[in-house]
Design a protein around this ligand. Sequence first.
Ligand code: HEM
Length: 122
Amino acid sequence: MMTMYEQIGGHETLRVVVVVFYRRVLRDPLLAPLFEGFDLARLRAHQAAFLGAVLDGPHVFTGRSMRRAHAGLGVTTDAFDALIAHLAASLVDAGVTAAAASRLTDAAESFRSAIVTAADQP
Ligand code: HEM
């Protein structure tokens, strides 16, 4: 049986997803400052590996824990909501099936409490 990773077109599709995703994120004034100074190519590669692992692809995600990777960034609830929306839109743009897209956004959503570190501004 094909994995969901294979069903959506594997690496080629996820490569499109992460390119579209970071393009959207960096155009969002709420999110762009949070990514300033980070190596975009590295982020794209990590994100693609992460998404691939969620869809049972060949990846073994060896990155840091989500809490560690995002510690001190000051991610607010609003920023997190915006990022999830960009991820969902990027998955649609890349033609990912609805089933795979919801698995990916659910996985991302499951890290909310680990990633959101800053209190919301009034
Ligand atoms: C508003 C929300 C988020 C912001 C601002 C953000 C920002 C960042 C930044 C700046 C880094 C690089 C940290 C560093 O190299 O020191 C990073 C790493 C990473 N992020 Fe996010 N992120 C967010 C949400 C998410 C979500 C929802 C996921 C996946 C479910 C995710 C997956 C990753 C991964 C896989 C890495 C690489 C971890 C590693 O270096 O080992 N991020 N993120």
